[in-house]
Design a protein around this ligand. Structure first.
Ligand SMILES: Cc1cc2nc3c(=O)[nH]c(=O)nc-3n(C[C@H](O)[C@H](O)[C@H](O)COP(=O)(O)O)c2cc1C
Length: 224
């Protein structure tokens, strides 16, 4: 698979087969992830790879916390997009696309809840990767580097037939994750990635999301 093919083929996968992933496959993916560039080669990323009974407990605790209305405990600030912005519009467009293909009516509270909690179950993936970094680095000082490693994980997963979904939802209860996984208090949890063998029969896995044309987002200088 060449680079363009991998980039074009990667997409968010929101339903997985239960088949476990061999540890050596994840180790190879993480080794590739660590080839990402980072500011002054600081390599701020650290990983927790969780599978098996502990992941099931985490899925259950996520849903319990969500059902109880417990406030987000995310270490990184995730802000809502301004109401009338193009960013909010893209968020809404994505939700419409997902709800349409999943046959979820806007007013169907039960189906919407079922959809919401899928994310808190890591879309039933057999494995979740958590990326964290040391709090001695600022959020801004590590987040770009972590993003590069995150993308490497998603791209290199493809060569093993694996799919991924990067998830903010999966780290909403970061204090709980810290306790159960044993991530030290001195670390800031940045993101989770659900990973597994895609269930291609699941409608949402057929979605290909839009991208803005580079014509509207690029300033060119010194070209014809
Ligand atoms: C930092 C980050 C957090 C994300 N969090 C979620 C999430 O919590 N739930 C979800 O379903 N998708 C999540 N996504 C996936 C995006 O919705 C997805 O990347 C975007 O819609 C583009 O679609 P694609 O990945 O299929 O190309 C996240 C992506 C990123 C980069």
């Amino acid at each position: 698979m060449d680079i363009a093919e991998a980039i074009n083929r990667r997409k968010s996968i929101r339903s997985f087969k239960p088949d476990p992933i061999p540890k050596k496959v994840i180790a190879e993916i993480l080794t590739l992830a660590c080839r990402a560039p980072s500011s002054v080669n600081q390599q701020p990323w650290e990983f927790a790879v969780v599978s098996g009974p502990l992941l099931e407990i985490i899925k259950q605790k996520n849903i319990e916390n969500l059902s109880a209305g417990i406030a987000s405990q995310r270490d990184y600030l995730v802000e809502d997009r301004p109401k009338d912005s193009v960013y909010r519009k893209r968020q809404v467009d994505l939700a419409v696309q997902l709800f349409q293909i999943m046959d979820i009516n806007r007013d169907d509270r039960e189906k919407r809840w079922d959809w919401l909690i899928r994310g808190f179950r890591y879309f039933d993936a057999p494995c979740a990767i958590f990326i964290f970094s040391d709090k001695c680095l600022s959020e801004a000082g590590s987040v770009l580097d972590i993003g590069a490693a995150m993308q490497n994980i998603c791209l290199s997963a493809l060569q093993f037939g694996l799919g991924t979904c990067i998830e903010n939802q999966g780290i909403q209860y970061s204090n709980m994750l810290r306790d159960l996984i044993g991530i030290p208090e001195s670390k800031r949890i940045a993101v989770s990635i659900a990973i597994g063998y895609p269930d291609w029969d699941f409608p949402a896995n057929r979605i290909v999301t839009d991208r803005e044309s580079i014509d509207t987002i690029t300033i060119w200088k010194g070209f014809e």
